[in-house]
Write a protein that binds this ligand. Structure first.
Ligand code: ZN
Length: 499
């Protein structure tokens, strides 16, 4: 419907790469850059510039509303503004997909993508999807799905004009739906909805009720000054505190009372909203527009297809490498295709071929943080394999520093630098660097696992074990498995008595 995050179960089927030949009716593709956003579009310059301007406005408004929060993207963000629902679905899922979306949020540690249909009245979708990115940068993995969607819906009604910005207005359709429905989901059911739930993945009245009630509860929390209590609530629940107790501790209200208050709140006549001064009235003067060639577009499409799936086989990676190779035949110096080919070879463990592609990409476009990050990833893999002597003139640190000078908030770069420091035995700095990665991207439980690993290697057992016990409660089964592995008897036996 509105939003989609890749739930693994939907994509375990065979990965079919889309054909990436230029089509006869290829539209003009443009790249738009504003101070904080990069967009590519086939939907025309005027509308795409307005998308960038509105994202800039929302970003500023968000920081005014939540001054302690960050609006820095944990990984470079690319917004893809398209001409139809079909283009959004095709790009996210490959051909043959059945789900329909006006917007899709695809977070990643190396790049994040927001895909948008901007053909018709797109602003609610634009704000909704960008709200997911802002939330992603500010909350841990314990956040529950109702808050994700409720927060995104809360921001989706943002209104901006030369007079000012309003945040928190009522989405009339959703409120009417709630009133006609006359009852709400029990909170015990609402907090259980996750990205694999039927309620979340199937269009219908239950899904509509979920979105509407999620919006209502987030609106209630903002209205009652409780929004900052949400993260402690999620952390408590993730640590195993029962729902009633977590609600009481965090929001100072009993569950039944909160359910009654929400019903009354939905029937109310007055919904407060925030009115903020105008930030940026129109398109920023700093917007630049350039034409994109079709090989670049095809290379980026392949990258997005790859990100849209959580499972990749060796055959997929080989097909990906073949697709990039054929793109490079058309444009041998294309940096997006060189990077894509290098990363496909990295996936295949073919380090020399990967190095050739990624080094070439960095040489061609040294101002791309994504290129430096890709090369740093490869060099990290080469280090782990003990093959660093093959390229003595290159180092993870050098590429990471090039990357952070371009994108200082790029979390994964700090992770790579931490691993490089640890490989040289410098655990204190490695741990500090890994903590920085976690601070910049608090959703990434894999970074927390890496931190625990570094602490164990430094014999800092107490914080390591505390972190691992916390990760044992993760909703991600892979994280649980890895935490349990670390907590295996070997590790436990290594803990000196008294700890
Ligand atoms: Zn959403």
């Amino acid at each position: 419907m509105r939003c989609f995050r890749p739930p693994g179960v939907l994509f375990l089927g065979l990965f079919m790469l889309a054909t990436v030949n230029a089509r006869a009716s290829d539209p003009t593709w443009l790249q738009i850059r504003s101070p904080h956003f990069r967009l590519i579009t086939d939907a025309g310059e005027k509308r795409a510039i307005e998308v960038a301007a509105r994202c800039e406005q929302m970003r500023s408004a968000f920081l005014m509303l939540m001054p302690k929060a960050t609006a820095d993207d944990p990984a470079p963000l690319l917004i893809v503004a398209l001409r139809s629902h079909q283009e959004v679905d095709e790009l996210a899922q490959g051909r043959g997909g059945k789900l329909r979306h006006a917007g899709i949020f695809l977070p990643g540690s190396d790049q994040t993508f927001i895909l948008l249909d901007i053909s018709d009245g797109p602003w609610r979708t634009v704000y909704h999807e960008y709200a997911h990115e802002l939330l992603h940068a500010n909350t841990s993995a314990s956040v529950q799905m109702w808050f994700e969607e409720g927060f995104a819906e809360y921001f989706s009604t943002l209104k901006s004009s030369s007079k000012g910005i309003e945040i928190g207005e009522v989405p009339i359709g959703e409120l009417q739906f709630l009133r006609q429905n006359g009852k709400l989901l029990r909170l015990s059911d609402l907090v259980r909805v996750n990205q694999n739930s039927d309620v979340y993945n199937h269009n219908g009245p239950l899904q509509a009720a979920f979105y509407a009630q999620s919006w209502l509860l987030v609106h209630y929390l903002f209205d009652h000054g409780l929004i900052n209590r949400a993260q402690p609530f999620f952390s408590a629940m993730a640590a195993g505190v029962p729902l009633d107790q977590a609600i009481l501790d965090s929001f100072r209200i009993k569950t039944e009372k909160l359910e009654q208050e929400l019903l009354v709140y939905a029937r109310g006549e007055k919904f407060r909203y925030f009115s903020l001064p105008a930030v940026i009235a129109g398109p920023s003067p700093d917007v630049t527009v350039e034409n994109l060639n079709l090989v670049t577009v095809s290379a980026l499409e392949l990258e997005i297809h790859w990100h849209g799936r959580t499972e990749h086989s060796k055959v997929d990676a080989m097909a990906l490498a073949a697709d990039y190779t054929s793109l490079l035949r058309r444009d041998p110096e294309n940096t997006a295709a060189l990077r894509g080919l290098g990363l496909a070879y990295l996936e295949l463990g073919e380090y020399q071929a990967s190095f050739d592609g990624l080094r070439h990409a960095v040489q061609r476009d040294p101002n791309s943080a994504v290129n430096h990050h890709a090369l740093a990833r490869l060099l990290n893999a080469i280090d782990i394999a003990g093959l660093q002597d093959a390229h003595p003139e290159f180092s993870v640190e050098q590429e990471a520093q090039a990357c952070t000078s371009l994108e200082p908030h790029f979390a994964d770069v700090y992770r790579l630098e931490a691993l490089a420091l640890a490989a040289r035995g410098n655990f204190n700095e490695a741990i500090a660097m890994m903590r920085q990665a976690i601070a910049l991207s608090p959703r990434m439980e894999s970074y927390e696992l890496s931190l625990a690993d570094l602490e164990l290697r430094k014999h800092d057992y107490v914080p390591a074990l505390a972190l691992l016990h916390q990760l044992e409660n993760s909703r991600d089964p892979e994280v649980v498995k890895r935490a349990e592995y670390f907590l295996s008897s070997d590790v436990q036996e290594a803990v000196p008595s008294g700890h």
